[in-house]
Design a binder for this molecule. Structure first.
Ligand code: 8DG
Length: 162
């Protein structure tokens, strides 16, 4: 059986803004947006791989937090996993040093404004499953929509007074 190789991706937050990175290569993926990260190397823990990839690709020092529930198959033998992360207070700001040609910090309302890679649509949709204030506004895009916007949550109904 072929070995599975995990690609780790960061849901890197600054407050409630999520970092999206536009791929510059390979040609088939260039121009599409992803959560930055890369392949876990032999002997590496996923969290270590993510810190390394974020340092190499963006020049940042990141702290990896909790895992985003789920796992998304890529071209075999790769599978995508995502982790919530944030910048360490002393970290430089991210720059597109490797593999990317543009970065965007997306507010919750802008989350679906970029053309995510197919599996990232699933991964970004799963961010709503994370615990944490503000994140409950994230929702998966409607099926078939090309540039969906996450709907605002329904206003909370007050219970009827008796
Ligand atoms: N990093 C990353 N890769 C993703 C995502 N979604 C997705 O389909 N992929 C694909 C693109 C690539 O085919 C593969 C990861 O390759 P990569 O080029 O980022 O990995 P790497 O930095 O370790 O690359 P390399 O050493 O092989 O050059 O997974 C995502 O959100 N983040």
């Amino acid at each position: 059986m072929t070995e599975r190789i995990v690609v780790v991706a960061a849901a890197l937050y600054d407050g409630d803004r999520l970092l999206a990175a536009r791929r510059s290569a390979p040609p088939a993926l260039a121009g599409r947006w992803e959560l930055p990260g890369g392949k876990v190397e032999s002997g590496e823990a996923p969290e270590q791989a993510l810190v390394r990839e974020l340092r190499e690709e963006l020049g940042v020092e990141a702290e990896v937090q909790d895992r985003v529930p789920g796992e998304w198959p890529l071209k075999p033998p790769y599978v995508l996993q995502a982790w919530r992360a944030r910048l360490r207070p002393t970290s430089p700001a991210p720059k597109p040093l490797q593999d990317h040609d543009e970065l965007r910090w997306l507010t919750p309302d802008e989350l679906w404004d970029v053309d995510w890679l197919d599996q990232d649509v699933e991964a970004v949709g799963a961010l709503k499953l994370l615990r944490g204030a503000g994140l409950c506004r994230y929702a998966a895009p409607p099926r078939g929509a090309t540039s969906p916007n996450a709907p605002a949550p329904a206003p909370q109904q007050n219970p009827p007074s008796s």
